[in-house]
Design a binder for this molecule. Structure first.
Ligand SMILES: CC(C)(COP(=O)(O)OP(=O)(O)OC[C@H]1O[C@@H](n2cnc3c(N)ncnc32)[C@H](O)[C@@H]1OP(=O)(O)O)[C@@H](O)C(=O)NCCC(=O)NCCS
Length: 174
């Protein structure tokens, strides 16, 4: 049994250590981090999962970014402690996070990852969007929590809207 809750400030370094152990401390050299530098993750979508002993078992974060000036979300990192993998926790964090993103009004969620894993949550490859090099285009995946087509095209750029991510309710304009 896992308990999901929004990441608290005092959990931050424990979560960072989990991500370091999953991806290696060199993870910040990954191209996706060019979009994250200096930008806070969406607080309502930064989730931790703890077991009945309050041990941190998994975590997920989402970042706001821009595609040709349009707001979108970048899923990740997401990691599950090696001793708790294969129990469905990764799926729980992803589904719960995407559901929360939908409730906040986000319509486009992207990630850079393995289609064989993320395809089961509805993520699929998209054309016409470029991320900072050296991103493999085949690993750029998209999912719309409201079931919309990906109407975005262009270059992924860093978020410039401050921390007021609530203003990005694009579903209002559907
Ligand atoms: C990827 C990760 C989050 C999955 O967490 P999890 O709790 O083990 O996932 P689930 O229990 O929901 O799903 C397990 C299933 O996903 C599969 N899977 C895991 N990673 C996969 C990958 N990269 N490609 C394809 N399938 C994968 C497992 O083989 C397993 O398959 P099964 O259901 O057929 O047995 C976890 O393995 C992890 O933290 N890995 C290291 C960090 C990482 O790669 N993060 C994702 C990239 S951003």
């Amino acid at each position: 049994m896992f308990r999901l809750q929004c990441e608290a400030e005092e959990e931050r370094w424990e979560v960072e250590a989990l991500f370091d152990s999953a991806f290696g401390p060199g993870r910040i050299a990954l191209s996706a981090y060019r979009l994250r530098e200096g930008v806070p993750p969406v607080a309502e979508l930064s989730l931790t999962a703890r077991d009945e002993f309050r041990t941190l078992c998994g975590a997920i974060r989402f970042w706001p970014f821009l595609v040709d000036e349009e707001p979108a979300l970048l899923l990740g990192p997401v990691a599950v402690h090696p001793t708790r993998q294969g129990e469905g926790l990764g799926g729980l964090l992803i589904r719960d996070g995407v559901d929360r993103a939908r409730d906040l009004g986000w319509r486009d969620v992207f990630l850079i990852g393995d289609q064989p894993y993320y395809g089961r949550f509805g993520f699929s490859q998209v054309q016409g969007i470029t991320f900072p090099p050296p991103t493999d285009p085949a690993r750029i995946l998209h999912f719309s929590p409201i079931g919309a087509e990906c109407g975005l095209q262009g270059s992924a750029g860093k978020w410039s809207g401050g921390s007021g991510v609530q203003i990005q309710r694009r579903s209002d304009s559907l």
